[in-house]
Design a protein around this ligand. Structure first.
Ligand SMILES: Nc1ncnc2c1ncn2[C@@H]1O[C@H](COP(=O)(O)OP(=O)(O)OP(=O)(O)O)[C@@H](O)[C@H]1O
Ligand SMILES: [Mg+2]
Length: 247
């Protein structure tokens, strides 16, 4: 079954149509990348899937269940997690404190006092696992505002993974990064469990082509084409409107 299905989705800000009859499916374990010029509607699309923005028409199905227009908390419980184009961290807390907050939100606080210690141990264990997965082991006591920019973006991914999602939405995970930070981020994303499906927005073509199983090109809110990377690269229309464009 598809993890995500967008069925004739439509969204507008006044007269500006940002999602125009979008139909898209993401299979289990698929790594799908959305590309398109600035203002094409990429973030707006992810905002609708995450529940931050309500579509005007169409449906969003997560593992076959209709979540159209539902709040972010509901969509998160259905197994969808996300990062934002600008980061969303508690700057004055440490790496591990940020993660423990994300885990507490994902799994709730224990009501039964006797289970607290065991629960705490489990959360610490899971936090350590997430730090490893996102290459942040060794940085757990670091206060977030003193962490490198690349490190902060890695932590965002760790926090998104705290809820054990089946679909991860990433909005430009390498934006503003140095080439070295970008390379580390690509390595990290590529090494995430294959069971996790991903929908990622990305501008850097070398990142796109090293991660994507399939690519969707968005242009003025419309899907121009969805296809395998090689076919996208060979597509004349895509080359015209997007590839090779300075960013
Ligand atoms: N809350 C809003 N109210 C009005 N217009 C908006 C709002 N959010 C976005 N827009 C406009 O909708 C269009 C699509 O924006 P969106 O952020 O989805 O594009 P994007 O493809 O993510 O662009 P970028 O590559 O710059 O991140 C843009 O023209 C933007 O200015
Ligand atoms: Mg955007």
């Amino acid at each position: 079954m598809n993890v995500l299905e967008l069925d004739h989705l439509h969204c507008a800000f006044g007269k500006l149509v940002v999602t125009d009859d979008v139909c898209l499916t993401i299979g289990e374990g698929e790594r799908h990348v959305i590309i398109g010029p600035n203002g094409a509607g990429k973030t707006s699309l992810i905002n609708q899937i995450g529940g931050q923005l309500k579509p005007a028409a169409g449906r969003i199905l997560v593992s076959g269940q209709d979540v159209t227009g539902k709040p972010p908390s509901h969509i998160s419980r259905k197994g969808v997690a996300r990062t934002f184009q600008r980061n969303n961290l508690f700057q004055n807390l440490s790496v591990i404190e940020n993660l423990r907050l994300a885990l507490a939100v994902a799994f709730g606080n224990p009501l039964d006092v006797f289970s607290m210690a065991a629960r705490d141990q489990a959360l610490i264990g899971r936090a350590r696992q997430l730090l490893q997965l996102t290459h942040l082991d060794g940085e757990e006591k670091c206060i977030v505002r003193t962490l490198s920019y690349g490190g902060q973006r890695q932590l965002e991914i760790a926090m998104a993974l705290a809820s054990e999602p089946k679909l991860l939405l990433l909005d430009e995970p390498t934006s503003g990064m140095s080439p070295a930070e970008t390379a580390r981020m690509v390595e990290l994303i590529a090494a995430l469990p294959r069971s996790l499906s991903m929908l990622m927005i990305e501008h850097d073509m070398s990142v796109v082509f090293s991660i994507a199983d399939r690519i969707t090109v968005l242009h003025y809110g419309k899907i121009l084409v969805t296809d395998a990377p090689a076919a996208i690269q060979a597509n004349e229309r895509v080359r015209e409107i997007y590839l090779g464009m300075a960013h």
